[in-house]
Design a protein around this ligand. Structure first.
Ligand code: GLV
Ligand code: MG
Length: 366
């Protein structure tokens, strides 16, 4: 694809639109809590949730019935106007680019409440051309509304073509803030044979080798053999993390549909956290706590990371701590955790206290 010259990349795409950001701010977004703005019960809870969750997202796309699309859009405008979001960010997920609703979603939201919105999540993104379309349209709408800061764009990775074009999508605009895995749509598009929203599948496994029979010649294929369930999403998440990190943007797990299975939800979120994701979606208030806990570095990790930072002095060379070698590279991993802890603690007083009160346990210095 022909790209704009590097000189022009950060020029606004419409006269009067705000300048694109050079760097995507690392704002905490451990839980992106979805609500349906057309659902009065859910809408009524938004003011109480504001300030307690990193991101509140008004969902206009899937899970909102077609005859509620306009009510959802109007509901989100009202909520955005009437709510003081405190330290929470406000995001929206607009309808797909080929739907009859998306043009009005973008026009209305940017025109009416653009100053309150931080990020626009775009579903079913197929390639950089989708981002280029949204990029220009947002610039025109921002210019018309006189907005002072650019809206950021978050793409959901939920088509095979989107996967194939993942790097180009991440680099398609300075507005790109991040990617989320959309496991339900992606599974359907790829013809995976699952029927769930995220999570594993008991049929996706590896099995221990068969034992030899007593004559030592034959193998006992029907004998007892341990099986281990594998993670269906490992490749996708790993690929997403690399594409995002290479472009200075953020990767997110996405939805986990089995609300009652808080244990497996936590496992999936933790795998994503360990692989490099910064957050996940929350579809029910009980998933907020899981995401905000799992995507925050543990106190033990921070205690250890700070010890390594202290021990490594100017950051070069190697030291032994508790029998393990630490060097420039392990220091860099520790700094990822310490920096993340700092960003999160700056907005979460409970975490600030946890991290500040943490003291290393007394171990002999070797
Ligand atoms: C989310 O939108 C998904 O399709 O999983
Ligand atoms: Mg989807």
């Amino acid at each position: 694809m022909t790209v704009r010259s590097a000189k022009d990349f950060f020029r606004p795409l419409a006269v009067g639109a705000p300048e694109p950001l050079r760097e995507i701010p690392a704002r905490p977004s451990r839980a992106i809590h979805f609500f349906d703005p057309s659902n009065e019960k859910m809408a009524a809870k938004v003011p109480q949730l504001a300030g307690t969750v990193d991101v509140l997202l008004g969902n206009l796309e899937d899970a909102v019935k077609s005859d509620r699309k306009e009510a959802a859009r109007a509901g989100l405008v009202k909520i955005a106007r009437d709510t003081d979001f405190g330290t929470s960010q406000l995001w929206t997920r607009v309808n797909a680019l080929d739907s009859p609703w998306v043009l009005d979603d973008l026009t209305t939201l940017v025109g009416e409440v653009g100053e309150k919105l931080d990020v626009v999540m775009v579903p079913k993104v197929q390639g950089p051309e989708d981002i280029a379309y949204v990029d220009r349209l947002l610039a025109q709408l921002e210019a018309r509304a006189g907005l002072s800061k650019p809206l950021l764009v978050h793409a959901i990775l939920e088509t095979a073509r989107g996967m194939v074009n993942i790097e180009e999508i991440c680099g398609a605009s300075p507005r790109m803030q991040g990617l989320s895995l959309g496991p339900a749509d992606l599974a359907a598009d790829r013809r995976m044979k699952t029927t769930r929203v995220g999570g594993g599948h008991p049929g996706y496994l590896v099995r221990e080798d068969p034992r030899r029979t007593s004559d030592g010649v034959d193998v006992d294929v029907d004998g007892e053999r341990a099986t281990y369930q594998q993670d269906l999403w490992h490749y996708t998440i790993a690929r997403m993390v690399d594409a995002c990190a290479a472009h200075g943007i953020y990767a997110y797990y996405g939805p986990f549909g089995d609300i009652a299975d808080t244990v497996a939800c936590e496992d999936q979120f933790r795998n994503a956290y360990l692989l490099g994701c910064v957050g996940a979606w929350s579809l029910h208030p009980k998933q907020i706590e899981i995401a905000q806990r799992v995507f925050s570095p543990s106190v033990e990790d921070i205690v250890h990371a700070r010890r390594v930072v202290d021990a490594m002095g100017d950051g070069t060379g190697a030291v032994m701590l508790d029998g393990k070698m630490e060097d420039d590279a392990s220091l860099k991993q520790c700094l990822v955790l310490v920096d993340l802890a700092e960003q999160l603690a700056a907005r979460d007083p409970e975490l600030r206290k946890l991290y500040d009160d943490a003291v290393p346990d007394e171990r002999p210095t070797p």
